[in-house]
Design a protein around this ligand. Structure first.
Ligand SMILES: Cc1cc2nc3c(=O)[nH]c(=O)nc-3n(C[C@H](O)[C@H](O)[C@H](O)COP(=O)(O)OP(=O)(O)OC[C@H]3O[C@@H](n4cnc5c(N)ncnc54)[C@H](O)[C@@H]3O)c2cc1C
Length: 448
């Protein structure tokens, strides 16, 4: 058999999996390395609980891609400093290319005083918790009954959906720096929480900021028409918005728990055709039990790539080609060199940007660049490829990592399916690594 390229793909979310398909279509071998036992990334552990059709459809596509014999899967393996494997380990073993598609696992903070109080959380952790991703699945969240979500995108809607529809939280307050028109969530997504909206409060809130909206040239009556409905929320639950408010401090009580959020009131200014918030210096407090940041995420700086301000640094050059290859190349600003043979795609390249379709498109565009690079490289003989994969397994064994393979994931999924059937639900997920590893090892124990 002729020489083949071997590519290590780090992260089996949508970007890593759809990217893998482009590599196998080009005839390459892929070693797909994933932190979680199960593949899917946020498609498995981010997309909301009841989106059965979307989740099932994506899982089917992912299965088909991973079933290709050219793909080897290693789950429960984290790449990074002090983790199961380092990027340097992979570089030393030597791959045709290494693709980082690990998503955006770093947590973005506002850096406010009081963020250390119990009851301050990040949306990603909450989302991972309700989607049963270990170890977040086991984490205790002190929610209380009055919760602020900071940010107004679709992730805010998902978290509010969980809080209101699944946890029966009494009051959810969305805190946003800008006004209603600058919302980043989709109306169709909002429908699931619309019935909780306190429309009287919404009208008052929009009237409160009327002068600011008008100064920014916005038609307030139109905004009221669009954002104020006629329904009344349930007696014990409500959703409300506080617009033109920038958080300045989390207020705590003597037990070290959240007691409120101090915000600075903003006005809206139009700069270069864009509406931007500007602090007025006037502050107020919202009494609360819990604050959840839904302001996007950043990449994980410990993965081993050059990192600055929440992102992996990519080549600043304008190279010719569509796409510009530089956008996918990690770049060391100290040596002013690209990291040859290493690439970033998906949310690792552009943190928290876009839906699955965007991550897929980014991965496919990135793979055009990577496949072009590989044509300039010599491949490996099949036995060399097997030796390299063996070297990765040896390293994992040396580091005492209980990795899982494609066959193991199939066993786990069969076990989950069986359990779902028993419980008469469309899916069942085991919420700890221990349970998942037990399901995987049970048939092996019987066979041996
Ligand atoms: C709350 C939420 C809800 C969403 N809902 C929708 C929706 O309804 N519809 C939709 O189309 N899109 C939705 N999205 C967006 C969608 O999930 C993303 O566009 C997409 O998952 C990004 O893909 P990715 O592969 O770049 O990253 P991810 O999906 O984050 O995948 C990253 C993968 O890398 C692995 N990994 C991480 N770190 C390491 C490491 N150090 N070593 C090895 N592996 C690692 C992880 O285990 C994971 O499998 C949602 C996103 C969020 C946050």
């Amino acid at each position: 058999m002729s020489k083949q390229h071997l590519v290590a793909v780090i992260g089996a979310g949508p970007a890593g999996i759809y990217g893998t398909r482009k590599l196998t279509e080009a005839g390459h071998r892929v070693l797909l390395i994933n932190r979680d036992i199960k593949p899917g990334g946020l498609a498995e552990y981010g997309i909301f609980l009841d989106k059965e059709k979307m989740k099932t459809g994506l899982r089917k596509q992912f299965h088909r891609i991973l079933a290709d014999p050219k793909v080897s899967y290693l789950g429960h393996v984290t790449v990074g400093e002090g983790k199961s494997l380092t990027l340097k380990d992979l570089q030393e073993i030597g791959f045709g290319a290494i693709v980082v598609s690990a998503g955006a696992q770093g947590t973005k903070k506002l850096g406010l005083p009081g963020e250390e109080f119990t009851g301050v959380y990040h949306a990603k952790d909450v989302v991972y918790h309700y989607n049963k991703l270990p170890p977040f699945s086991q984490r205790h969240f002190e929610l209380g009954s009055r919760i602020a979500i900071i940010g107004m995108g679709n992730v805010m809607v998902d978290v509010a959906n969980w809080l209101l529809n699944y946890k029966d939280i009494a009051e959810v307050t969305v805190v946003a720096r800008r006004g209603p028109r600058e919302k980043a969530y989709d109306d169709s997504e909002f429908e699931v929480i619309e019935k909780y909206l306190d429309n009287d409060d919404m009208r008052k809130e929009i009237e409160r900021i009327r002068p600011d909206l008008e100064t920014a040239g916005q038609n307030v009556d139109e905004i009221i028409d669009k954002f104020v409905g006629s329904t009344t929320p349930p007696a014990n639950q409500r959703l409300r918005f506080r617009y033109l408010c920038s958080p300045t401090k989390v207020v705590g009580n003597s037990d070290g728990k959240v007691a409120g959020l101090e915000v600075e009131l903003n006005k809206l200014v139009v700069e270069n055709g864009r509406t931007a918030p500007k602090g007025t210096g006037q502050r107020t407090q919202i009494p609360l039990d819990c604050v959840i940041y839904a302001i996007g995420d950043q990449v994980d700086g410990s993965l081993g790539l050059p990192y600055a301000r929440g992102a992996f640094v990519t080549n600043p050059a304008e190279l010719s080609g569509d796409p510009n290859p530089a956008h996918y190349q990690p770049y060391d600003p100290a040596s002013k060199q690209v990291l040859e043979g290493i690439y970033v795609i998906g949310w690792s390249r552009n943190a928290s940007v876009g839906l699955v379709g965007v991550a897929k498109q980014d991965a496919e565009r990135g793979m055009k660049v990577i496949n072009a690079y590989l044509t300039s490289q010599e491949g490996f003989e099949p036995e060399v490829i097997e030796r390299k994969i063996e070297a990765v397994l040896d390293k994992l064994e040396e580091n005492k990592v209980s990795y899982v393979t494609k066959d193991d994931v199939a066993l786990l999924e069969a076990g989950e399916k069986q359990e779902a059937k028993k419980r008469n639900t469309w899916e069942h997920k085991y919420a700890t690594d221990e349970e998942m590893l037990e399901i995987i090892s049970a048939p092996k124990a019987v066979a041996s």
